[in-house]
Design a protein around this ligand. Sequence first.
Ligand code: NAG
Length: 425
Amino acid sequence: MRSLPTTPGPSCCGSGVLINDKFKRVLQNWLHVVTAVFIGGLLCWGIIRTFQSGLLSRLSIEADHTDLSPTLDEKLAGSSVDLPGLSSETPDNGNVFYEKAGFKLHVNTSYRLRPRISDWDDQRRRWLSKNPHKKGIVTGKSPLFLVSSSQPSPCENPMGDHFLLKAIKNKMDYCRLHGIDIFYNMAQLDPAMVSFWVKLPLVRAAMVAHPEAEWIWWMDSDALFTDMAFELPLDKYSNYNMVVHGWERKVFEEKSWVGLNMGVFLIRNCQWSLDLLDAWAAMGATGPLKLQIGKFLTSFLSERPENFEADDQGALIYLLNAEKERWRSKVYLESSYYLHGFWVKLVDKYEEMRRKYHPGYGDDRWPFVTHFVGCELCSGDTNTKYSAEKCRKNVEKAFNLADDQILKIYGFHHQSLQSSDVLYL
Ligand SMILES: *[C@@H]1O[C@H](CO)[C@@H](O)[C@H](O)[C@H]1NC(C)=O
């Protein structure tokens, strides 16, 4: 267990060194100097330890979660910052979060998303006034621009690439029906942003490349549209810059890691979003800090696995809690329909749903999106909770549910949700 990152050492020991200098000049006795420094150091150390253990017991929290090893601290000298909201001078009575005051969460500020832009709102306004015709021609009728991606190499799971093909076909169908422009990326854009973090540089690149798009809409490759008729209620979000599926209570009271889901979200094309991406990416850059930040997030959040490196979802929940004014006020947590819908809770209900309702609701009656979280369909990761067979069958059902809504236009339907065979309507 390491201590709190307080630094009373230098002021205390500094005077000791001065006194020793006098000894040196007067007595020229090196042995005395060494002894004096040693005893002085011991005394200082004792005082610091006492001070720290007092603080620790008052805060009653574990110190090793957030602290960095001295070597890492040294390496980072000049490049680490306190995340706002965590500094000790901002106590907030009764708030669990601020009880962690005094802990420094170091983020990797030497890492930067590119390109650096600080006046995007002005740039974009100028661009829009010069290119009004581009609106509409480029994007059809939609202010949305959908972005998704998968790895540059073939999937490790032999069925994975076939699944990805179905998933991209599903997204093309939805976007085609609703006049939404789509970009599917398979290139590694930034070597420091891997795994869950790939979406950050990609979303940023899409914003800058598509000033005509008001909203960038991220969707994981393993999320399928299951309601082809539902449209996002964009008017509802006019005062917000980001829309994520989630619940206020879980994110801000329980500080639950699963209080929101990063698999599908909307982010407005504006400077606020570029700033959020910067603050967010500083927690995810590949490097030794990523594990330290992961530990911090596990100590800060409930329901987050131990020994899990920093992830985008945990980092966003942290930021929303840490800087409420700046971030939380502009983020809309949506739960009135399935912007993201967890497959385990939905797929078994499809048949009943089809008997009772029709597409267009997006909610429990007919989920907008079914997201195969934990199936690892491309990597075929064997450590997942769900069997490959169960995942495969459920994906097939979700795909067919959506595909029936498309085939209907052409006069066909699937024999059943489990079958790829089709019949005339
Ligand atoms: C910070 O990010 C850079 C990538 O830009 C990485 O090379 C470096 O190791 C990171 N530093 C730490 C301490 O994690």
